[in-house]
Design a protein around this ligand. Structure first.
Ligand code: ADP
Length: 393
């Protein structure tokens, strides 16, 4: 069965087509700048990447072009061969603790949660509607980023604010990157060869979060009501003293929108370094002795170590620590600094093994008390698996 995994942004559409249950990737790509000028798409097929400029008015048009390309490249002969489409969806509120088939009530719930994910949920809805238009008979599923975190105990997902903020406004920790944390925590259990495990999964990319996972179930995670919680990120501040918000609004005469923009888009690596939100630029700056890049890296690493330590204590130990996403998979230096900072827990870095990028690998020595791994994440595969399973129910 051909299953399409989709990740729709407001002006982009990432896709990957699988032959399931073989989990064979047939084709992948991205449509960019949808609805704005200079739109284009890239397609990867048989290891070759092709870029084409093309006006893309909306997401439905992008899907239609995708169908044309699939037919042209002899991946399918007709759109009806795509039997199921899985959509990455960010916010599923408290209601969705697993992937579901999309119907009108799911879409209206997603609309209800827009206030919690103002950038992401509208884009997902657009993607779903466009896919319904083009793949008329296909099963559509919504794979929620928040779903994996639904198993957190109440004492971990509640904030110490008036209880009515939770009951009346839904103020609680939801967590994000759930599909990635689920994928790598499942994979590490396969590697460890057991299900009853305590693992710490570090999804550290441009957006970053860490989860504590016991027996395959999330018990805590660093993102919160929104993605701007927990770790320091590329351009997000993560955890800060919340009174900084009213203080700076008064000091600088900022509106809520303006301060939210600063804390989401001009903080983190970018805010501290003043140079870039990209970890590679920060690492270059560190090499050149740039003081603010050195500070940004130290602050970043400190927060990752602190969260790992917190979850280690919370779970009463850890059978493994996993690194994934942009920095987790590729930043040799970040992993080195983090593991060195965990030496008090008996973690012993294997420098040679750690010089790895984008590959599954054990990066600690045999004598390390906690084995640490790089595991490349694969959210699309997880979406395809869930979607295939639901389509066959
Ligand atoms: P997103 O949250 O946008 O999905 P990614 O998971 O793609 O982000 O991560 C992007 C981050 O990973 C960027 O900060 C980038 O600099 C970092 N990264 C990618 N490759 C490397 C590398 N070789 N060394 C250090 N950092 C890297």
């Amino acid at each position: 069965m051909k299953v399409l995994a989709v990740n729709a942004g407001s002006s982009s559409l990432k896709f990957r087509l699988y032959e399931m249950p073989k989990e064979k990737e047939l084709i992948s790509g991205t449509f960019e700048r949808i609805g704005i000028e200079d739109s284009f798409y890239t397609i990867k097929l048989n290891g070759e990447r092709v870029k084409k400029d093309r006006d893309l008015e909306n997401h439905a048009e992008a899907f239609k072009i995708l169908v044309d390309e699939l037919i042209l490249n002899k991946v399918i002969t007709d759109a009806s061969e795509i039997k199921a489409v899985g959509h990455r969806t960010v916010q599923g509120g408290e209601k969705y603790d697993h992937t579901v088939l999309v119907d009108d009530s799911v879409i209206s719930d997603m609309e209800r949660y827009i206030a919690l994910a103002p950038l992401h949920n509208p884009a997902s809805i657009t993607g779903i509607r466009a896919a319904q238009e083009v793949f008329k008979d296909a099963v559509q599923t919504a794979v929620f980023d928040t779903a994996f975190h639904a198993t957190m105990p109440k004492e971990n997902f509640m904030y110490p604010v008036p209880y009515e903020w939770y009951t009346e406004h839904g103020v609680r920790k939801y967590g994000m990157h759930g599909t990635s944390h689920r994928y790598v925590s499942k994979r590490i259990n396969e590697i460890l060869g057991k299900e009853n495990t305590k693992v710490i999964t570090c999804h550290i990319g441009n957006g970053a979060s860490i989860s504590a996972v016991v027996n395959g179930k999330c018990v805590n995670t660093s993102m919160g009501l929104t993605p701007n919680a927990g770790l320091m990120m590329g351009s997000r501040c993560g955890d800060i003293d919340c009174s900084i918000v009213p203080y700076m609004m008064d000091q600088a005469g900022m509106t809520t929108k303006e301060i939210d923009n600063v804390l989401n888009k001009h903080s983190g690596f970018l805010g501290i370094s003043g140079i870039s939100s990209d970890a590679r630029d920060i690492e270059d700056g560190v090499e050149k002795g740039n003081e603010r890049c050195i500070l940004a890296q130290k602050m970043y690493v400190r927060r990752v170590i602190n969260y790992i330590a917190m979850y280690y204590v919370e779970m009463g130990g850890a059978d493994a620590i996993v690194f994934t996403a942009g920095l987790g998979e590729n930043s040799v230096e970040t992993r080195k600094l983090v593991l060195e900072g965990l030496s008090v827990l008996g973690v012993k870095l294997d420098e040679k093994a750690n010089s790895v990028r984008g590959k599954e690998k054990l990066i600690t020595t045999k004598s390390s008390k906690i084995p640490c791994y790089v595991i490349p994440t694969d959210e699309e595969l997880m979406i395809a698996r869930d979607t295939y399973e639901l389509a066959n129910k």
